[in-house]
Design a protein around this ligand. Structure first.
Ligand code: SAM
Length: 276
């Protein structure tokens, strides 16, 4: 009989955030693949789990995958965990799961903590659709390109941000979307857990003299009002002028542009009047 691969979610800070099933599986499997043994051992020690740990991370993902599949084929049951939260979600393991599935071996989810879902659930800002990006590129050009590509979105966008990048990213985002509303979930489930929300400029001001430590989930609220950029305003105005020159009435223009730019009619009237 082949073994199974269990994808086990572990805490994102508070070690009590682990399910009974996760603890049982971590005890019962023959091997646990983890990112950093020093991190996972703390969890195992707390719950007196003695299962053997093997390191599996982005630098050895390829070479380890073959070995893991061999073990699974021999009947070994294996769990994959990451340092925090749900494996694969901005964490290693995708190649492994893909290959294991291709070999017709069972992959079983042991669901639990995830910074993304935790942030959404407490934000009071994301009701339905959202777009999860994870980490932005380390390269400024790619980051800017990605951020600009979001301009026509109407759903909220969720990003993972490392402790040292937050202020830099906020500045870059506000250069593109000066009026956007954002929220920040910092250090979820930990002692210094913090939630901040508001207009990006106000938040930049608030954080100006503070050192921001810890892990962050950043939400960008792309709704009709908050997502408007100065550039988009200009684009809308240019379109209004073009359509006016063609002899269309303001009512007709508002109808066309509200569809095209996903804007309210009021916003278009106001822009028109302000710039008449
Ligand atoms: N797989 C994990 C999950 O399920 O959320 C995410 C791993 S990713 C390498 C780490 C990023 O997740 C951090 O940089 C941060 O953006 C976010 N994160 C993890 N723990 C967090 C926490 N306690 N509070 C806020 N964000 C957290």
């Amino acid at each position: 009989m082949k073994g199974s691969l269990y994808i086990v979610s572990t805490p994102i800070g508070n070690l009590e955030d682990i399910t009974l099933r996760a603890l049982r599986i971590l005890k019962e499997v023959n091997l646990i693949l983890c990112e950093d043994k020093r991190v996972t051992i703390k969890l195992l020690n707390k719950y007196e789990i003695k299962t053997k740990l093997i390191s599996y991370h982005k630098f050895n993902e390829r070479s380890q995958t073959e070995e893991v599949i061999k073990e699974l084929k021999n009947g070994t049951n294996i769990a994959l965990v990451s340092d925090a939260g749900t494996p694969i979600i901005s964490d290693p393991g995708f190649e492994l799961v893909k290959e294991v599935r291709e070999n017709n071996i069972k992959v079983i989810a042991i669901p639990g903590p995830c910074a993304l879902t935790s942030a959404i659930s407490v934000s009071g800002k994301v009701k339905n659709d959202f777009l999860f990006i994870g980490f932005l590129s380390d390269e400024k050009n790619k980051r800017t390109e990605k951020l600009k590509s979001l301009k026509d979105r109407s759903e909220s966008v969720l990003l993972y941000v490392g402790p040292h990048d937050l202020k830099k990213y906020l500045k870059e985002i506000s250069d593109i979307y000066p009026d956007i509303e954002i929220f920040i979930c910092r250090e979820l489930t930990k002692i210094y857990e913090e939630f901040i929300s508001g207009k990006i400029k106000d938040i930049i001001e608030k954080l100006k003299d503070k050192e921001v430590k810890g892990e962050v989930v950043l939400g960008l609220i792309f709704n009709q009002e908050a997502g408007l950029t100065e550039i988009t305003d200009k684009e809308v105005l240019d379109s209004i002028n073009k359509l006016t020159n063609k002899g269309l009435s303001l009512k007709e223009i508002a109808k066309i542009l509200s569809n095209e730019y996903n804007l309210s009619g009021n916003k278009i009237y106001n822009l028109y009047i302000k710039n008449k």
